[in-house]
Design a protein around this ligand. Structure first.
Ligand code: SF4
Ligand code: SF4
Length: 201
């Protein structure tokens, strides 16, 4: 049965003497191999040596704290909804009196987990977050032997109070301008005209 109209004419050309003894082909192959001996090896001795990476490299996440050290995440779930790999899960907690220095808003993430084996490091969680709470960083996810160890909880994700992570390079000029507007809260739309008028909300 004919499946397509495509045809290939098969040539039955006789091999020449040089082709039959294979020596020229072997010599050509050896010359290619030898030429690579004098080229600089592209291999690097990781982790002693590290390749330069882009400032917006999408590596391990961080859950940011605000300028006073309180956790920014309000457990709204936007990142989990945006995540195409369904890698994020969380449970919410209600802030109690006296915990204002721990959590920025009344609701916070009591647990927050990212399954690094599911994550495809697309950065959509970072884009979806209305609180500037989650960012990807230039850190690499560690190698583990057990699958469960790739589920990162708050202990690994929340920024250490004495080891803050600078994410300003990841923010676009529009975001940085947005933050300059006095009194402007999160979740409000960016309007560059307000920058000039100093219009407060
Ligand atoms: S980087 Fe992408 S895949 Fe990974 S947790 Fe964020 S949204 Fe999900
Ligand atoms: S990280 Fe951002 S988007 Fe995700 S739950 Fe927290 S505040 Fe919401």
């Amino acid at each position: 049965m004919q499946l397509t109209n495509r045809k290939v004419v098969v040539s039955k050309k006789e091999q020449s003497f040089a082709e039959r003894i294979y020596l020229p082909a072997i010599a050509k192959g050896m010359m290619i191999t030898a030429s690579h001996l004098f080229k600089k090896s592209p291999t690097i001795n990781y982790p002693e040596e590290k390749r330069p990476i882009a400032p917006v490299y999408r590596g391990q996440h961080v859950l940011k704290r605000d300028e006073n050290g309180a956790e920014r995440c309000t457990s709204c779930g936007m990142c989990a909804v945006a995540c195409p790999a369904e890698a994020i899960t969380m449970t919410s907690g209600e802030r109690k009196k006296g915990e204002e220095n721990l959590y920025r808003e009344e609701k916070y993430a009591a647990t927050y987990e990212i399954n690094m084996l599911r994550c495809i490091f697309c950065g959509l969680c970072e884009e979806a977050c209305p609180k500037e709470a989650i960012f990807l960083t230039d850190r690499l996810v560690d190698v583990e032997f057990e699958r469960n160890d790739f589920i990162y909880g708050k202990d690994k994700l929340v920024e250490k109070i004495d080891k803050r992570i600078d994410v300003t390079k990841r923010q676009t000029q529009a975001v940085l301008d947005f933050k300059k507007i006095p009194g402007l809260k999160h979740n409000e739309l960016y309007d560059p005209k307000k920058l000039n008028t100093g219009n407060k909300h």
